[in-house]
Write a protein that binds this ligand. Structure first.
Ligand code: AGP
Length: 609
């Protein structure tokens, strides 16, 4: 997730406006920044890696000339956060520059095609293919307008994009376009703006034009023209006035980042399904050859590893050992060796316990692989191979969208291994891949249809002193994650166990009215879970069940239930089944007047051991 911005002013220089607007988009990404403006028919460009304030201090982003320009604040997905990979990106001649937010899935093929035509690339980004594509089209279709060339180039792109382009050929306009990644326009008396999000220009205007997928916009100092990319038809759309405060705008109108990020999960899961094959293939090749594999992480990332151990075992017949990073050195520090492989999972890529465990394993010649949300983090620098989860910055301390994006990447790895190892039928793999593609929409349905019910359940049980979370099979991991969420942001003491463990001790805690959350995916564990529910009911527990839609057997036993759309295979179930538990924790926090974004005693990245 990155932030793009563009502006054309009637009076004044564009650069300072772009700079301050990018600052307001910094929550969308902050590992590098750049601005390009046009003055007297020439393009002026400054960019570098680093946060906006750091870069501005070094190269002064405000002193670029001209009343028109574009800018970008980056969250690295392809290519490390280096100067060379920062936006804007230009064509061979430096007369076309582009900023982009999204993922161009076919950039590898396009880059090869353009290189064979003689185009020289300098970065590792997917974005850089866009200015070169526009350049090639303008070269071959002499006389075509800049906007037409941008439109033609966009038709070659597969994947998600919100982009803005300028050219010294036509120095009076910005051409921008949207497919999946957000893009909005701002209209003021002194000019027009395009941005990834409303906060960018809110201090300048609250007249907003929302842009839809498949639309291209030509901005000039007179205003804007919207047209459909596919059929070139013009779109009439007048600005609407929004009444958000600046703080509300950064949260896109949500009261907290956590609920915004829970709602972002469908988009994040779509992006996570756009990972470059070569990264997943490389990781799965290392895993396939490994003799012993430790899945090392903390907190929520550990729960993703726990779920992954079921995925790798069931799909690839590959045994893996989830280990709390803080225990790894004590438990395996002496035995880890050159034949060991570590797959470290960390949203921040900076968790001290995880880095310490990885460093210990690396010193004993183990192979280090990793999955992280922050490209360029310490973890990526110590890994032999890493892959990003494409979740964009997660501002809320509680991990939500990064958990489900980790699970999506891990199950994609397990599926690649399943194909390599031939342990499950191609038919089964095909079904899983189809269902995986449906998950963003399934999560969207859950958020849209179950949120109010979860809110009511949180209110109903707001005074409960302790919660149980139980699951069987892969849902053990989901139950553990639900427990962590409720503890860490609503401060409710919570207990989680594999449901089968209850009778080995924990059941002694059950008292009349105590809420027990069961995570009940429809698989071979379903019958035994029903037995566990009966055990709890018999002792007076209140049963809260997360079930598959239409699971009447459990509906009849539960005091309350939340339904997940039908047909989610068990190995994929932690992704949708986690969402009601995230919502439960969020609304319980509100019931307890806790700040869901900044829970007491916790930090987003625990960089101390
Ligand atoms: C999860 O909601 C917590 N914020 C915490 O448990 C977190 O998952 C843990 O600290 C690991 O962080 P990492 O993924 O950045 O390594």
């Amino acid at each position: 997730m990155c932030g793009i911005f563009g502006c054309i002013l009637k009076n004044g220089n564009a650069a300072p406006v772009i700079h301050s607007s990018l600052k307001r988009l910094e929550y969308r990404g902050y590992d590098s920044v750049g601005i390009a403006t046009i003055s007297d028919g020439k393009i002026f460009l400054k960019k570098d890696q680093g946060k906006i304030d750091e870069v501005h201090k070094c190269i002064n982003l405000d002193d670029l000339p001209g009343n028109i320009g574009i800018g970008h604040t980056r969250w690295a997905t392809h290519g490390a956060p280096l100067h060379v990979n920062s936006h804007p990106h230009s064509d061979c001649t430096g007369t076309i520059t582009v900023v982009h937010n999204g993922i161009i899935e076919n950039f590898g093929d396009l880059k090869l095609e353009l290189q064979n035509l003689g185009h020289a690339f300098v970065s590792k980004t997917d974005t850089e293919v866009i200015p070169h594509l526009i350049e090639e089209i303008m070269k071959n279709k002499l006389g075509s307008s800049f906007a037409d060339a941008v439109q033609e180039a966009i038709k070659r792109l597969e994947g998600s994009f919100a982009l803005a382009a300028i050219s010294s050929y036509e120095p009076d306009k910005i051409v921008c376009a949207r497919n999946e990644s957000p893009l909005v326009l701002g209209v003021s008396d002194n000019g027009v703006f395009c941005a990834s999000d409303i906060p960018a220009f809110l201090p300048l205007t609250n007249k907003v034009v929302m842009i839809n997928n498949g639309e291209l916009i030509i901005l000039t100092v007179e205003g804007y023209q919207i047209k459909k990319i596919q059929d070139n038809s013009l779109v009439e759309r007048v600005p609407e006035t929004i009444e958000w405060t600046a703080e509300m705008a950064v949260k896109q109108g949500y009261p907290h980042f956590m609920i915004k990020e829970i709602h972002e999960q469908p988009e994040v899961l779509r992006n996570t399904l756009r990972l470059q094959d070569r990264y997943l293939d490389l990781l799965s090749t290392f895993l396939d050859r490994a003799t012993e594999i430790f899945l090392v992480a903390c907190g929520t990332s550990y729960h993703a590893c726990l779920a992954a151990s079921y995925m790798f075992s069931k799909l690839s017949f590959l045994p893996t050992y989830p280990v709390y990073a803080s225990e790894f050195i004590e438990q395996y520090g002496k035995s880890v060796n050159i034949d060991s492989t570590i797959l470290a999972v960390s949203q921040s890529g900076e968790t001290a316990d995880t880095i310490a465990a990885v460093t210990c394993a690396q010193q004993r010649a183990a192979t280090i692989l990793s999955l992280t949300n922050v490209i360029g983090s310490t973890l990526t620098r110590v890994s032999r191979v890493y892959v990003g989860t494409q979740a964009g910055p997660e501002i809320g301390v509680a991990a939500t969208k990064t958990f489900t994006s980790q699970l999506s990447v891990l199950v994609q790895l397990a599926l690649r291994l399943a194909k390599k190892r031939g342990k499950v039928s191609q038919d089964e793999i095909d079904v899983l891949e189809v269902q995986l593609d449906k998950l963003p929409d399934i999560v969207d349905v859950i958020v849209k249809t179950q949120e109010d019910k979860v809110k009511q359940i949180a209110h109903k049980y707001a005074n409960s002193k302790v919660f149980f979370f139980l699951g069987r099979g892969i849902s053990t991991a989901t139950a553990f994650e639900g427990r962590l969420k409720l503890m860490e942001i609503a401060y409710v003491p919570s207990i989680a166990f594999p449901a089968g463990e209850s009778k080995h001790g924990p059941i002694s805690l059950i008292e009349n009215g105590l809420p027990v959350v069961f995570v009940c995916q429809k698989d071979e564990t379903h019958k035994t879970v029903i037995g566990n529910i009966m055990e709890m009911k018999a002792r007076g527990a209140k049963i809260l069940a997360i079930i598959e839609e239409g699971d009447n057997e459990i509906k009849a036993l539960a005091d309350d239930y939340i339904e997940v759309p039908k047909g989610v295979p068990s190995v994929l179930s932690p992704i949708p089944f986690a969402v009601p538990l995230q919502l439960l924790a969020y609304y319980m926090a509100l019931e307890h007047d806790c700040d869901p974004d900044m829970p007491r005693n916790l930090a987003k990245s625990v960089t101390v051991k």
